[in-house]
Ligand binder design. Sequence first.
Ligand SMILES: Nc1nc2c(ncn2[C@@H]2O[C@H](COP(=O)(O)OP(=O)(O)OP(=O)(O)O)[C@@H](O)[C@H]2O)c(=O)[nH]1
Ligand SMILES: [Mg+2]
Length: 453
Amino acid sequence: MSETIAAISTAMGEAGIGIVRMSGKDAIKIGQAVFKGKTGEIENRKLTYGHIYDEDKIIDEVLISFMKGPHTYTREDMVEIYCHGGIVPVRKILELLLKSGARLAEAGEYTKRAFLNGRLDLSQAEAVIDIIKSKTDKSYQVSLNQLEGSLSKKIKEIRDVLLGMVAHIEVSIDFPEEDVEVQTLNDLENNALEVKEKISALLATSDRGRILRDGLNTVILGKPNVGKSSLLNAVLRENRAIVTDIPGTTRDIIEEYINIDGIPLKIIDTAGIRETSDVVEKMGVDRARRTVEDADLIIAIFDISRELSQEDHEILDLIKDKKTIILLNKTDLPNVYDEAYFKNYVKDMEIITSSITQGIGIEELERSIRNMFYSGSLEIKSDIVINNLRHKNQLEKALKNIESVIEDLEGQVPLDCLEVDLKNCWENLGEISGETVGEDILDRIFSEFCIGK
Ligand SMILES: Nc1nc2c(ncn2[C@@H]2O[C@H](COP(=O)(O)OP(=O)(O)OP(=O)(O)O)[C@@H](O)[C@H]2O)c(=O)[nH]1
Ligand SMILES: [Mg+2]
């Protein structure tokens, strides 16, 4: 933390503006050494026009801002240089800063410093990366709420109750002669139930949170040539995947994100399921089979113009216990069976007939996805949604702790025995906000960031 760090904060590529920034105790000194303004005067937190120089050589024409800590992102002194976008200017300026005494920032190091300097708690820091990575308006909204501290506040409320309980227990251990036992037990039990309820309520949002964050994992499955890639292209409304009449065209997994009426979908086109001796295709088919495990929804396509084959039966087997929508495709060709016949093979699955090439059935499919998952339940009702696996794990641990407290209270276990579980509960929740978190966890979290954030 004593070193001054520098990094390019905008994406690498051609752009109007690129931003290079520095943070640390020498940031302003280094900035002043490489910058020459028109007037020579530099004001705190004001944009100043001028040039970046490497000794006598102009590197770029820029705007620069010098910001004295602690009212900065990292709470340290910071300098931001707004130069021409494009790979070369930003890189040249970064190199100059490194030559002048800064070192290259690690991934997420600015945000890590903001956390370590107490400007953000850990869940807020994690929200920063989620905002950057969010793919839909809704996941963005959830992360923004988290950055504003909605989750931190909730966690703090629960931890305060736990702390009160520990204090309560310690008082009654210190003054055992006082006749408060019954009241104490009642209070503790009420508190424990309240904590349990609050943790459970947070956990209940986590599935929705994952879907908001990553999209509903939707796998298109079927034997070769049934029209899987055609469907992907149709819902994306672009020619993303190669479509040919040659079976085995798609050999790898293709992932895309779409939004159906606000439902974020990660839609996955797969290689057609079949036995094959082609090494590459075989790997693709294995991947296709594996995608089924993590799917939230499967769209299984069958070709209504061809008799069901052994491959179709394997697919029916794969989707047996999965949430699936069946598409009987190619209705424009002579049909060899109908919907009623197909019903014999699937129980309780929605069946849609389609002709993807003629655009028939796509809207019905989208409507049925919406009905399956929307029906009010996907709407964000609370502003807090657990969309982070780490938070979910911590909440689950905390829930176990409080459940065992409740059990002990009911079993009349001596009060001091509750303290361990209460403290664990408190610490497990504290790991969410980062109050009780180890260096290894921090490293893991911030390594997911991009450099420059
Ligand atoms: N007649 C007709 N042909 C279709 C329909 N849907 C797709 N096809 C055609 O079927 C052929 C295969 O389509 P793809 O989308 O490549 O099929 P796939 O399931 O992705 O095939 P693989 O990648 O080999 O597993 C192409 O020639 C498509 O034009 C349809 O509704 N009717
Ligand atoms: Mg394909």
